[in-house]
Design a binder for this molecule. Structure first.
Ligand code: PLP
Length: 384
């Protein structure tokens, strides 16, 4: 059997990782400032994470959601404490798309409506409802177009307000910081007003923190830069498991659960919870949210000094660098000449930088030097 060929591949195979470094089959070291699409939060092969998962799989990896599982309760307790959302309720699933799928379902159960507001350049996942609120028509199959969606400009409160006030919107879904779209940050005023209009119309306000959450922005959730905002639903995945597939829907106390309303076979398994608890333990004991804030500021200042940079934007360790040219050659040179991974975005001129939250100042300096070297090579080739 062959693999279904949907991914363009770099001809490299990382087989081992440690902290923010990965190693290929020949033992060549790469600096990982991408974390496998913003997934690696506490660093590759962290000893506490390895121990917790290894011990749990040797005891009980999985049973079912019809029995007591105190690991789920411990995860919910720790997540509530560390995020500040102590009175929210947690529903566990396996991925980001599933988190948004369930968030949208919950909204529609809650107010009985079906129309959704989302934003241009957004990405919310590939499953039926999640992809329908993603504005890239290449990703949406005819079968996904099951409900009406309006896409508005990010930060344009006037246009969103008029739509919501018509009273037929079930939910507004917005990324804490737009990720794949090129790292665009909603303003605090926009989020605050959006929340107020949603509250006034009983529209469900969903914060997709799948990429921007779990400390990446320098706060536990990126929306927490907008003081006083309390979303109805927050969705998480990616950094939550540091590579183990786990996602979560954090649900405001105003939503009352009913047995059978939501469900999953694999979500919240013993093994997934052990991974999720290990991540939260390390984030707390190593002050990774604070590290993301401090080193993010430093990294943005240093990146802005590189030649040809048009703009550096983002928060914490969720950063974009925009250039006045297509960045494909720059990324290629970074991988093959400088042995360094960073990410692309849907904007051809913009790279995304999403390292593990455990990086050091030396790691940032190393990235900046590698970027400088790759830029010089790329610009020389362009001029030749
Ligand atoms: C903001 C955001 N939402 C949802 C998703 C979908 O997550 P997953 O690929 O785990 O389904 C992603 C993935 O990149 C994302 O960045």
């Amino acid at each position: 059997m062959k693999l279904f060929d949907v991914y363009p591949l770099y001809d490299i195979e990382p087989v081992q990782g440690k902290g923010c470094k990965v190693y290929d089959t020949e033992g060549v070291e790469y600096l990982d400032f991408y974390g496998g699409h913003a997934v690696i939060s506490i660093g590759h092969a962290h000893p506490h994470y390895v121990k917790m998962i290894s011990e749990q799989v040797a005891k009980l990896g999985f049973y079912s959601n019809s029995i007591q599982n105190s690991l789920q309760t411990e995860l919910a307790q720790k997540l509530g404490e560390q995020s500040g959302l102590t009175d929210y309720q947690l529903f566990l699933i396996n991925s980001g798309a599933e988190a948004n799928e369930n968030a949208l379902k919950l909204a529609s159960f809650y107010n009985g409506r079906t129309k959704v507001i989302a934003f241009k350049k957004a990405f919310h996942g590939r499953t039926a409802a999640a992809v329908n609120v993603t504005p890239d028509p290449k990703l949406v199959a005819p079968i996904n177009k099951g409900f009406e969606v309006e896409f508005h400009e990010l930060n344009d409160i006037e246009s969103v307000r008029d739509s919501i006030l018509r009273g037929d919107i079930t939910a507004v879904i917005i990324e804490g910081i737009q990720g794949i779209g090129g790292i665009h940050v909603p303003t605090a005023e926009f989020l605050t007003e959006l929340q107020a209009i949603c509250n006034a119309t009983d529209t469900v306000f969903i914060l997709d923190e799948i990429q921007s959450g779990y400390g990446r922005s320098g706060k536990f959730f990126a929306y927490q830069y907008a003081e006083g905002v309390t979303p109805d639903v927050v969705t998480v995945a990616k950094g939550m498991g540091n590579g183990f597939p786990i996602g979560g829907v954090l649900i405001h106390p105003k939503f009352k659960p009913k047995h059978g309303m939501l469900g999953t076979t694999f979500g919240g398994s013993h093994l997934a919870c052990a991974a999720g608890i290990a991540v939260l333990d390390v984030m707390k004991s190593e002050f990774l949210v604070e590290n993301a804030a401090t080193l993010g500021n430093y990294m943005m200042r240093e990146l802005a000094k590189l030649p040809s940079v048009k703009e550096v934007r983002g928060l914490g360790l969720m950063v974009a660098v925009e250039f006045p040219f297509n960045v494909a050659a720059l990324r290629k040179s970074l991988v093959f000449d400088e042995k360094c991974f960073i990410g692309s975005s849907s904007e051809a001129n913009t790279v995304r930088i999403l390292p593990p939250l455990s990086i050091t100042k030396q790691d940032v300096d190393s990235l900046v030097e590698k970027m400088r070297a790759a830029l010089v090579k790329t610009l020389e080739k362009e001029l030749a």
